[in-house]
Design a protein around this ligand. Structure first.
Ligand code: PLP
Ligand SMILES: N[C@@H](CCSC[C@H](N)C(=O)O)C(=O)O
Length: 441
């Protein structure tokens, strides 16, 4: 009965081809159609759904009936090529990422795979000496098997990029803040250097740590931005997704070609879940970064060397805030002792020992053993990745509970000295160089 009465409201007008098919809910949000503040746009979606459903329907269909044998008919023929739920999400993401077009694929690594398929043998890539382990692994694969030359440099110093950039530089791949050392790079300066060296170079920024809530790399000279939708965009660790956004429509068509050809477009159900997650990105991120600031201050005030761009002590504090609207909710700290770090991670209760970040739950990990274990030990040492580094990915819990649990873990691990004056880190490196040289031995 409900369906009957809803049907009564369905539009009766015939379309230009004389059909009275219900309109697709997908093409609802205009390109670059931001009209409201980002917090509003995150939750505001327009849809032409025939029943005015507030939640866009999941078109759980692999294929779509066509009007004729010659392929006439609707907008969709096969879900690998396109699906109304996925299109709706892509348009929504394009709007909130201030891009002309967004594409969604099955994971963040899938997004980087699609982007790097723009490369040809002989091309050169410039990227950071600190980047997510999986991205490093894919680039290593391309350099070993794909004839691509990859330069890993310290992207916190644009001159280091200038030293290797040349007319063969086809791509510059940046993370800021980097995972897990939370290093910041100047996107505009590096984009200029890349485009001066080769006007056709693609500057790609992995914006997973910040999300569109806090940073718009496309405004700073990037050609393409990608994110692991598994993290902040979805926020609940209940799906894997990757998002790619760009302004150049020809580039968008080339990337879409690869997605259709290789079949990595996001499934209808995961598209629906991601759309649902994106709506709460604003409130989640606000709470998560407020909590992260509390945790960072707590650790720093007790003598730990903390890497977090919300702290004035971050060496690139000013650069970060010249580009971003917030500090995010991932931070890392060192203890100076791998065994102590392991004990802290294992003593935590509220902080789950998990890879990933961006979830509403707080996580603790040791990158060298977990997310970055695919980078071999020698390379980690050459790139000054401290083996004892602990990464905290802060969620939306009560901050006092998080601090209590962390304090207890620090005490249990023997990471702090308790005196009548309070407690202080056992290993309190006076400067960062000291801890790097310790771990390099
Ligand atoms: C910075 C960064 N980029 C990309 C990825 C890849 O995302 P996914 O796990 O969704 O493939 C990850 C984590 O996995 C990451 O931390
Ligand atoms: N075993 C996985 C590890 C995924 S790490 C996920 C995330 N990017 C993080 O930084 O925690 C792999 O080898 O890819």
């Amino acid at each position: 009965m409900a369906a009957q009465s809803s049907k009564a409201k369905a539009p009766s007008a015939l379309d230009l081809d004389g059909h009275n098919l219900p309109p697709s809910p997908a093409p609802s949000t205009p390109r670059n159609g931001r009209k409201y503040a980002l917090m509003t746009e995150l939750v505001y979606t327009e849809s032409n759904d025939q029943y005015n459903a507030s939640s866009v329907p999941i078109y759980q269909s692999a294929t779509f009936k066509q009007e004729s044998a010659t392929g006439g008919g609707g907008e969709y023929d096969y879900s690998r090529s396109g699906n109304p739920t996925r299109t709706h999400l892509e348009r929504h993401l394009a709007k909130i990422m201030a891009a002309n077009r967004a594409l969604v694929v099955s994971s963040g690594m899938g997004a980087l795979d699609v982007i790097t398929r723009l490369l040809r043998p002989g091309d050169e890539v410039v990227t950071g000496d600190d980047l997510y382990g999986g991205s490093n692994r894919l680039l290593k694969y391309l350099s070993t098997h794909g004839g691509i030359v990859v330069h890993h440099v310290d992207t916190t110093n644009p001159d280091k990029v200038r030293e290797v950039a040349n007319s063969k530089t086809a791509m510059v791949l940046l993370e800021t803040p980097t995972n897990p050392l939370i290093k910041i790079c100047d996107i505009s300066a590096i984009a200029r250097i890349a485009h001066d060296a080769n006007p056709a170079a693609i500057v790609a920024v992995d914006n997973t740590m910040m999300s569109p809530m806090l940073l718009n790399p496309l405004h700073l000279g990037a050609d393409v931005v990608y994110e692991s939708g598994t993290k902040y965009l979805s926020g609940h660790h209940d799906l894997m997704a990757g998002v790619i956004a760009m302004n150049d429509s020809a580039l968008g068509d080339r990337l879409y070609f690869t997605i259709n050809a290789s079949g990595c477009g996001l499934s209808p159900f995961d598209s629906w879940l991601l759309l649902r997650g994106v709506k709460t990105l604003g409130v989640r991120m606000e709470k998560q970064q407020a909590n992260a600031m509390r945790i960072a201050e707590f650790l720093e005030s007790h003598g730990f060397k903390v890497r977090y761009p919300g702290l004035k002590s971050h060496p690139q504090y000013d650069l970060h805030w010249s580009m971003a609207r917030g500090a995010g909710a991932v931070l890392s700290f060192e203890t100076g002792d791998i065994a102590v770090s392991e004990r802290i991670v294992e003593a935590a209760r509220l902080w789950a020992i998990s890879v990933s970040f961006g979830c509403v739950n707080s996580l603790i990990s040791m990158p060298c053993r977990m997310s970055h274990a695919s980078i071999d030990e020698k390379t980690r040492r050459e790139r000054n990745l401290p083996e004892d580094i602990v990464r905290l990915c802060v969620g939306i819990e009560d901050p006092e509970d998080l601090i209590d649990d962390l304090s207890r873990a620090l005490v249990q691990a023997g990471a702090i000295n308790i005196t009548p004056e309070g407690f202080h880190a056992v290993v309190a490196p006076s400067n960062h160089a000291e801890i790097l040289s310790t771990t390099a031995e």
